[in-house]
Design a protein around this ligand. Structure first.
Ligand code: FES
Length: 102
C-alpha cells in the first residue's frame, strides 16, 4: 500500500540541482522546476548508474556514464543507449512541504 511521505521543504531545493533521496528502499531523485517538483527513480535504466551524479540541461536529466537523457517531467527516455523510461513518483506540495507517494 502506498502513502505520501513528507520529505523536504520546497524552499530547500535549488533549481538546477538534482536532489537524491533514499526512501523505503527506493533511490529517488528530485528536481525542482519553479514551484513544481518531480520525483524519479534515481538509477539510469541502462546500467543502473546513480543519476544523482548526473546533471541537468534545461528540463532533461543527463546520465553521467553514457549520456542518455531523460525528461524531468515524465521520466521518458530521450536518447540511447537507455531505452526504458525512469519510474515517476507522484508528488504533492502542501504548506511548503514536498510529499512523495511511495
Ligand atoms: S548507464 Fe546511463 S546511459 Fe548508460
Amino acid at each position: 500500500m502506498s502513502a505520501y511521505l513528507k520529505v523536504a521543504r520546497l524552499d530547500s531545493l535549488q533549481e538546477g540541482a538534482i536532489f537524491p533521496l533514499d526512501l523505503n528502499d527506493k533511490h529517488i531523485i528530485l528536481v525542482r522546476m519553479g514551484n513544481e517538483v518531480y520525483a524519479l527513480s534515481g538509477f539510469c535504466t541502462h546500467e543502473e548508474t546513480d543519476l544523482a551524479n548526473g546533471f541537468l540541461v534545461e528540463d532533461r536529466i543527463v546520465c553521467p556514464l553514457h549520456l542518455s537523457q531523460f525528461d524531468c517531467r515524465t521520466g521518458s527516455v530521450l536518447n540511447p543507449p537507455a531505452t526504458e523510461p525512469l519510474k515517476k513518483f507522484n508528488v504533492k506540495i502542501e504548506d511548503g512541504w514536498i510529499l512523495i507517494e511511495v
